[in-house]
Write a protein that binds this ligand. Structure first.
Ligand code: HEM
Length: 441
């Protein structure tokens, strides 16, 4: 067994300001100095294993997934705000609910959501001011939230409640980031009542959802939206989800589904703006479709190059740039011994830009995802994670992103204002802003 190289506590302390601002360059340097897998000493006893080794990552997510589970970052820290649902649970509880919720995200179901999704996207995109420069990132946040909200409830008369829900989701995420980035202040956050104030906000969100669920149950009509699927899903004994669990799952769909998609869209639109020739190639494909009757699943499937642009955007800027796990038992992977209860961070951003797997890794080349090239990237491309805990909303997100990119490029030529997009690596990888010039076509 090889011993893992260690990044010392002193080295972490010396670089704490940089780590707080953006940990990616610090760890990139560690990977280059120490190799593909190393340990970082944090606090007095704790160690975190970082890896960008493709085989290692695949084993943790897939082949040896039974030896690993979600870490307390999600099952405790995040769960205190959004409850115990798919994203934040482990073991039997997770397995039961994954089995129940999976059918709601089946491709056939997504077809049923296509028109609702498209109307929500068109509604949000109508806020773009033609000919002007606009930061598209906040709009993508509203759009992604609205798409989850309308796909869940198929109602447009609850805007006030949805805005409150969005504010609460985002405020709690900001709090969680403070807790994760400055864990030495956690005693103060508790003592000063800050955490309690955010837990009260969560209770407000739960009350909003509870009244929406009660209204739906009172109507007793079929809607064929995500809410309907959740209400009808049954446990093995035939019983339905209790209201508390329903609310946990809904809060999680909002938390997991809105920011990630907004981030990905922000980066993808920037990349298209920066590469006019790729943008025109995507536009030609979009323009070849007849949009007069709206959009059909069949037309969506024709947008193969748009899909490649999205896949390439998520390679360069994976919203889930680190995936966390903890080992349940002692394990051995790739000549390393992994003690029981180790915390692991899988460096997806690093893996997606590893020159051993990707030619010109920092270049935007959507064509690399062209199926005609017959390259199988599944061993080193994980924008939606992998194995049994792979993103349940991956097809939903793809459908939403293809529709959004197509709808924007149909009306506008995009030009960037800045030469580079600045990144803001928090829980997910965000762009700081995405200022674009929207030139009418
Ligand atoms: C571009 C957009 C998205 C990205 C990049 C993304 C990424 C991910 C990743 C990497 C995971 C796995 C995390 C892990 O293994 O620890 C995940 C899980 C999850 N995602 Fe997504 N996601 C996106 C959109 C969505 C959407 C739209 C929804 C729902 C509407 C959603 C719902 C979930 C849920 C519920 C889980 C937990 C699944 C489980 O553990 O069984 N995601 N996502």
């Amino acid at each position: 067994m090889k011993k893992l190289p260690v990044v010392s506590r002193t080295h972490v302390f010396k670089n704490r300001k940089q780590i707080l601002k953006n940990p990616i360059p610090f760890h990139h340097d560690n990977f280059n100095r120490l190799g593909d897998t190393f340990e970082v000493a944090v606090g007095l006893k704790k160690r975190i294993i970082f890896t960008r080794q493709a085989k290692f990552i695949k084993q943790i997510l897939q082949t040896k997934q039974k030896h690993y589970q979600k870490s307390s970052l999600q099952t405790v820290d995040l769960a205190k705000y959004i409850g115990r649902g798919l994203l934040t649970s482990n073991g039997e509880h997770w397995r039961n609910h994954r089995r129940m919720i999976q059918p709601a995200f089946h491709k056939r179901k997504l077809q049923g959501l296509l028109q609702i999704m498209y109307q929500a996207i068109k509604g949000e995109l109508s806020k773009i001011k033609a000919g002007e420069i606009q930061d598209i990132y906040p709009l993508m946040g509203d759009l992604a939230f609205q798409v989850v909200a309308t796909s869940l409830f198929s109602r447009d008369d609850i805007q006030v409640q949805m805005s409150a829900l969005k504010e609460i989701t985002e405020a709690n995420q900001r709090m969680l980031i403070q807790e994760m980035r400055q864990p030495y202040l956690n005693w103060w956050y508790k003592f000063s009542g800050k955490i309690n104030r955010h837990i009260k906000l969560s209770l407000k969100a739960r009350a909003i959802l509870s009244s929406i669920i009660k209204e739906r149950l009172a109507q007793d009509s079929e809607k064929d939206d995500l809410m309907d699927m959740l209400l009808k899903a049954t446990y093995e004994d035939g019983s339905r989800m209790p209201e508390k669990q329903l609310i946990d799952e809904i809060l999680i769909l909002f938390a997991a589904g809105h920011e990630t998609t907004a981030n990905a869209l922000g980066f993808i639109l920037f990349l298209l703006a920066k590469h006019p020739e790729k943008q025109e190639k995507a536009f030609a494909e979009i323009n070849a479709i007849d949009w007069t009757e709206g959009i059909e699943m069949e037309s969506l499937r024709k947008l193969a190059y748009v899909k490649q642009c999205i896949e390439e955007g998520m390679r360069l800027y994976p919203p889930a740039y680190y995936i966390d796990r903890e080992s349940i038992i002692k394990d051995e992977i790739e000549d390393y011994e992994i003690p029981e209860n180790s915390m692991l961070l899988l460096a997806i951003y690093e893996l997606h830009r590893d020159s051993r797997f990707w030619e010109s890794p920092n270049a935007f080349q959507p064509e690399r995802f062209d199926p005609a090239n017959k390259r199988d990237y599944s061993d080193y491309y994980f924008p939606f994670g992998g194995g049994p805990r792979m993103c349940i909303g991956n097809n939903f997100a793809m459908q939403e992103m293809i529709l959004t990119v197509a709808e924007i490029l149909r009306s506008f030529t995009l030009r960037p204002v800045d030469d580079e997009v600045l990144i803001n690596p928090l829980i997910s990888l965000k762009p700081v802003s995405v200022k674009l010039h929207f030139i009418p076509r």
